[in-house]
Design a protein around this ligand. Sequence first.
Ligand code: BGC
Ligand code: IFM
Length: 817
Amino acid sequence: MQFGFFDDINKEYVITTPETPLPWINYLGCENFFSLKSNTGGGYCFYKDAKLLRLTRYRYNNSPLDNNGHYIYIKDEDTIWNPGWQPSQTPVEDYTCRHGLGYTVISSSKNDIKATQTALVPIGDNCELDKLTIKNTGNSVKHLSVYSYIEFCLWNAVDDCNNFQRNFSTGEVEVQPEINIGTAAMSAIYHKTEYRERRNHYAVHAVSTAANGFDTSRESFIGTYGSPAMPKAVKEGTSYNSIASGWSPVGSFRIDIDLEPGEEKEYVFIIGYAENPDDKKWESFGIINKEPAYALLEKYNTPAKFDTALAALKDYWTHLLSSYIVDTEDKKLCRMVNIWNQYQCMVTFNMSRSASYYESGTGRGMGFRDSCQDLLGFVHLIPDSARQRILDIAATQFEDGSAYHQYQPLTKKGNSDIGSGFNDDPLWLIAGTAAYLKETGDFSILDEKVAFDCDTSKAQPLMEHLRRSFNYTTTHLGPHKLPLIGRADWNDCLNLNCFSSAPGESFQTTGPSEGPVAESVFIAGMYVKYGNEYADICHIAGLTEEENAVRSHVDDMYKAVLDAGWDGEWFLRAYDAESRKVGSHECEDGQIYIEPQGFCVMAGIGVKEGLAQKAMDSVEKILDTKYGIMILQPAYRSYHLELGEVSSYPPGYKENAGIFCHNNPWVSIAETVIDDKNRAFETYKKICPAYLEEISEIHRTEPYVYSQMIAGKDAASFGEAKNSWLTGTAAWTFTSISQYILGVRASFEGLTIDPCLPDSIKNLTITRKFRDAVYNITISNEKHERVSSLIVNGSEISGNTVPYNKDTKVYNVTVNI
Ligand code: BGC
Ligand code: IFM
């Protein structure tokens, strides 16, 4: 069953009912200000950091689902309704929600009124704009009142949850019922909470007309025992002009509107973040400097200015997405590659795993390993931002090469509550940096001086950070000469050194980072793959001795995997702290794990020995399902102290035999390594949301983005996805499809063209902007072979890489495979 459809021309997903299985959301904002926006108008916004600078409040885990947003109420005589159906849930007609790239348009009709709420975060500014277009489609005059409603948050969202007794006495607002800004009369509400301490920022909610009334006290607007479904003020058709003092400040404007038959009116609502200029600190008596807010409001205080911002946003995305465009018969493939997968990569780059409808925004911050991987799918979009991100991440590394597992987006400081000890982290820095170097050829980044643990007095060139990343693994090997796993590797829940945990205790925050000797075959695969990339970097940097040493360590690891990491039919997962096998046919449960199969084969381990093929066959035979590849089998049926959190989930969920989407593309890439063309694409399609649209009632999450997990075959809800949006699946799938299946990937030497196409794809063209040139690539899949030569601008070249040449700006490449 579908709940909407793709509109590829407009690059939108159109939802046709507000009652989707779960809230289907969008992310507004590409730079510093972000807003989550559901198909019913729910969500919240923040500046840079959803924990420290959240502007509006959202209530997770609430009922009804999707509670709080940037709502517009329409009072039409006795009928109260919202264009997005929530929170009143008054039935509406002709409902659509169009989620576009950085904007959302929610539209519906009721009693001859058509209302459209278009929301966006403009490029270059720190605010959300909501334009209301309201039209009388009937034959008689309408007298309406329209209300905006947002609930301000108290900035630090953790405090907002666990120390609200304090916040109940700190909330302060200031109101300008009518003020002329530029040529427009406006109304503005300022939320000043925390100004006494920090004195440097505030929030503003404004509307592009002089409102007929306002409210800033939630109790006044909603009523003491009222509900956002039917606020008292709206019910009574009035506003109380309340001035909040403590408790819960809100922002609501009332606009009384008369509409002649056929008449349409437009209003722009603004929710903005403003900072005081350094030289104008707030005075201590609560008077805020409003100049930054005025400057912001003036830019967007008419519908025409809003429309200009929307057009600019659309141009921005058209430009970004022009870096990789595929055209082929499979339209689902095109819409994912050209639009939604790249869009999700932007969102994961910006959010890491911090703020979604399933990640609270107060916990994880930016993950070291997560953000490094997110770069893989983002670096071609805005290489300069990727560059800065690499430097920020590297600055949270410790001097020994290990790393804080997470850092806070606002402060960019490592999170000491979580600490370090995840032994895969260091190698991901090499992965992200190598991707940047290949995309840009900008080796100057390696000379940038970067702090350790944010201490600039210890700064060293980025190259030294990569060296310490590599050396960290080299110097932390266990009894089988495989890398020590530490607290966990990529699989956060495989806590093999975690003896102190018992059911009910915290699984992973206290485990030793070294110490018992559990080893990871997965990190071994990473070490071979990224060790080789590091050796390539040394080579280009002219560090021959180091290159040779690195390659020799990589060879040793390759051998260690063959000696101690092969189980007979597949790669072993790990050795636990007592050197017992994990992920072996000898185990009762958890006999085979996906991670080492994908990563070791991606690294090329066992290809020439024939083991890679066997590993992939085992994956297909044991782990594959109709909804994707499970992370392990058989599922753990009981809790194992020596394995930790992985066995704490019921069978089929999350890391215990769920279809953990993130590592499905590793298998897809591995299939291209062993040249299994059809299987690589089949693996791609199984978890690809556009191909799951028709079973949305089973899949349940948004059909335009990947989710972290799909319940595995052992689960009661087999096929149900969870935790949409913030997952490494976005970057890795874009990598697998664009670079390995369609086969166009940046390399140190130039642009490599190495498609591994299924029989179902006959012809395709790809336009790729790479460095400062455009590549128009035409591929015909007639012979089903790999590429051995290319026709580039009319001449044949051998091999599959078009060497970079700074003087050529257009490359027409033909490939017949
Ligand atoms: C959580 C798991 C989760 C993992 C990755 C861990 O900290 O406990 O439930 O799957 O992180 O998000
Ligand atoms: O690797 C982790 C990631 O860091 C967060 N999400 C889940 C993954 C697997 O545990």
